[in-house]
Design a binder for this molecule. Sequence first.
Ligand code: SAH
Length: 346
Amino acid sequence: MVNILDFNLEDLNIWMKQNGEKEFRAKQVINWIYNKIWDFNKMSNLPKSTREKLKSFFYIGIPEVVEIYESSGDDTKKFLYKYRDGSVIECVEMDYNYGNSICVSTQVGCRMGCKFCASTIGGVIRNLTAGEIIAQILCTESITHKKISNVVLMGSGEPLDNYENTIKFLDIINKDYGLNIGHRHITLSTCGIVPKIYELADLNLQITLAISLHASSDEERRKTMPIANKYSIEEIIDSCKYYINKTNRRITFEYALVKNINDSIESAKKLAKLLQSLLCHVNLIPVNQVTESDLKKPAKENIKKFSNILTELGINNTIRREMGSDINAACGQLRRNYMNNIEERC
Ligand code: SAH
């Protein structure tokens, strides 16, 4: 069986033709699905024979809701979803004044091995397909009854390690017949898979690229991010310059501040030097402490000091508000807890 959410309109047009159906049926089916009718029997403008054909070939891959966690302090909700093969992923919905955002996962687990991140602890299980990533948005909207207007690819997984599916996902959610989410409302976060940043730049999508830099030198970066052994910061910054030239988009650099690792005044100065004259913004994130790791967040005043140095040296930056930390909203923590509980029960 094939997940119909993996099909864009063109794919479904072709399928209809190959199966002796009129092409316009494809648009009808897609309209039902994106209007959240997830039962072929309820697609009342299709002949019964077409519905039967669809049913014998496709399933509509909406995941099962395992758990929903609501944060008490802010408008953050976390969802644990299970796909047909039993894979569990998490996604987070955040309500802001300017709209509702969702943080989606692109892989089950992750193979990048960042020391501060819970998603990577068990390695990668598999890639998610485009339709499986879309399903996170559809399912969340159907539960909250709120339209998602912003998407961040910052859940479990490395989107550029699942490149084809991620690009197809970005394409479908942008379409009128899909979720009609403008590319400028989408942020793709990567630990810096350099060749893929060049490929992405060549597509000239208007999405925001966020780079998980988290360090001011290669040596410092290697302490927490294995990918630093493969690509240097210089190579990443070169690829970012190419991205900016191609797309004219400002890049976001994420910098999770970890006590005694990357939070010194020296690090702040080095970071400012690296990013000098680049069209960018730095997002400072007090590291979210993960049970399995001993990395600690710096004291508030040190975070502020770090931010001030960047500002003084002309680097745009903000300290990220910690949303939903009472519900383990940090990457992968929820899935991790869930898997741990299952293991304990077995
Ligand atoms: N693989 C992608 C996207 C997923 S992670 C990437 O590396 O960018 C989304 C962001 O959360 C990344 O910047 C990641 O480094 C950061 N992150 C992961 N665990 C964290 C933690 N415990 N505290 C703070 N930030 C964390």
